[in-house]
Design a protein around this ligand. Structure first.
Ligand code: BES
Ligand code: MN
Ligand code: ZN
Length: 486
């Protein structure tokens, strides 16, 4: 990973200065002549310092990049600007960023430096392990970014939080970008087990234990596949004196979703290797908490299965008794995510007495079509929890839009011959799926469901995330956990 250093250093061959919008260029780090020269260039190029804009001045002996930081940017905007800077610097080895206050902004120098650096760490993410023919000159060479700040030691200490989060996001993206032949439920489970070195407690349930615990809906999804299903339980105890869980996280980890016997069309099916994003986000969120030594008790449960058609696969019409005892008529084997989640939701409440739960899943095409790539869908039985999550989304840049659940949507999943069926017809698919999940939530459990089907993949490539997996939700959940629990 790119090395970030905070120091008092002032000179370098490549310098970046930050300029607020609407002000003349007058950096405290440059000479009068240099400032005048840059202002002249800015006038010629209509550069006025809007957040993320960059003016690149190459001279014989050095190079100065002028980074616009806007008038009163948000932390997310500064992160995006930092990420944009990465593409300008990637062919260098080192660069020095000279930080100074933004005149009409509440952000401190330290916050500006931290958010620029965080953006650089996310923007530098690449998934290139499967290239064998790429030449060395095709890879980025940037190794080190130095920030000039007033109090390097303190700035460095407080950066631990961001490094941890960047690490977690990069780990999550790696998991999601792995194809299904390289990330089976068993391999995923092994990977999670390895996180114990961070102080997380990890328990893996295999086929036998899943049978003993009656994970029957989850097993019905797995039964068409050659891959053994797994459930991972990951615990972070940041409050050693309390044995109560402040929060439970539940993630959908379908390592490949072919649809099963209700098979999906060929076009785009390869994207279904990412149907385990919810699980990756849960695991990465716990990793972040461990790296941050966060003072909370959080437990995660992820259901890892592959959904495949075969002679042993679930038939449409099969009726299965869930762990909760409720029966489900499986009308469509492609509505498998809710089956996996239902048993995991019941398990985490029953086994661990968790009273506040967030589940996260690439659950429905309906939510994807409704909200596109802008927002993930939020469904909740609790207004305070929903409000806090929406705020965490806005602050982290992973935005949520609340969608409804009610008795009317719930009625759509009543079955003629079992307690419920697993699809609710062609309308409001996100809401009927959420109502299905709610049938596995106890009366006194505060619960929110995040449907990330539309936001799990970056299709065009952005500064903050190249094409491929976004691992959407890690920053959002981290913000929520650190600011809204207790
Ligand atoms: N994993 C899919 C949802 C999905 C679709 C995620 C597109 C990401 C992008 C889920 O298991 C699924 O197949 N849902 C079906 C449900 C339907 C059969 C009721 C859907 O939404 O089409
Ligand atoms: Mn499906
Ligand atoms: Zn799925």
């Amino acid at each position: 990973m790119l090395e970030i250093i905070f120091s008092g250093k002032k000179t370098s061959k490549i310098k970046v200065i930050c300029v607020s919008e609407g002000n003349r260029i007058n950096s405290i780090h440059l000479s009068k002549e240099e400032n005048a020269m840059l202002q002249k260039k800015a006038d010629e190029n209509c550069f006025c310092g809007t957040v993320g804009s960059i003016m690149d001045i190459c001279r014989i002996k050095d190079r100065i990049l002028v980074l616009g930081v806007g008038k009163s940017p948000t932390e997310v905007q500064i992160q995006t600007a930092g990420a944009g800077l990465y593409s300008k610097l990637l062919k260098s080895e080192k660069a020095l960023i000279l930080v100074e206050p933004i005149k009409s902004s509440k952000l401190s120098d330290e916050q500006i430096a931290h958010n620029l650096a965080f953006g650089l760490l996310l923007g530098s993410y690449r998934f290139d392990k499967y290239f064998t023919r790429k030449k060395p000159e095709d890879y980025p060479t940037l190794e080190q970014i130095i920030f000039n700040v007033k109090n390097p030691e303190k700035t460095n200490k407080n950066f631990k939080h961001y490094i941890a989060l960047a690490n977690a996001v990069r780990y999550g993206r790696d998991l999601c970008n792995e194809p299904a032949n390289h990330l089976t439920p068993a391999i995923f489970a092994d990977d999670i087990k390895r996180l114990e070195y961070l102080g997380l407690e990890v328990e893996i349930l295999g086929q036998q234990e899943l049978k003993e615990h009656n994970f029957n809906l989850l097993l019905s999804v797995a039964q068409g596949s050659q891959q053994e299903p797994k459930v991972a339980i990951i615990k972070w105890r940041g409050k050693p004196n309390s044995n109560q869980w402040d929060l439970g996280l539940v993630g959908k980890g379908v390592t490949f979703d072919s649809g099963g016997i209700s098979i999906k069309p060929a076009s785009g099916m390869e994207d279904m290797k990412q149907d385990m994003t919810g699980a990756a986000v849960v695991v990465s969120s716990l990793k972040a908490l461990a790296l941050q030594c966060a003072p909370e008790n959080v437990i995660g449960v992820v259901g890892l299965v592959e959904n495949m058609p075969s002679g042993t696969a679930t038939h449409p019409g099969d009726i299965v008794t869930s762990m909760s005892g409720q029966t489900v008529e499986i009308i469509n084997t492609d509505a498998e995510g809710r089956l996996v989640l239902a048993d995991c939701l019941w398990f985490i409440q029953q086994q661990y007495g968790v009273k506040k739960i967030i589940d996260i899943a690439t659950l429905t095409g309906a939510t994807m079509r409704a909200l596109g790539e802008e927002y993930a869908g939020l469904f909740s039985n609790n207004d305070t929890l929903a409000k806090d999550l929406i705020i965490a989304g806005d602050k982290s840049g992973e935005k949520l839009w609340r969608l409804p659940i009610n008795k009317g949507y719930d009625k759509k999943i009543n079955s003629d011959i079992a307690d419920m069926k697993n699809i609710g017809g062609s309308l409001a698919g996100g809401s009927t799926a959420a109502c299905f999940l709610q049938r596995y939530i106890k009366e006194d459990t505060k619960w929110a469901h995040l449907d990330i089907a539309g936001v799990d993949k970056e299709n065009t490539g952005k500064p903050i995330c190249p094409k491929g997996a976004t691992a959407f939700g890690i920053r959002l959940l981290n913000h929520f956990i650190l600011n809204n629990l207790n």
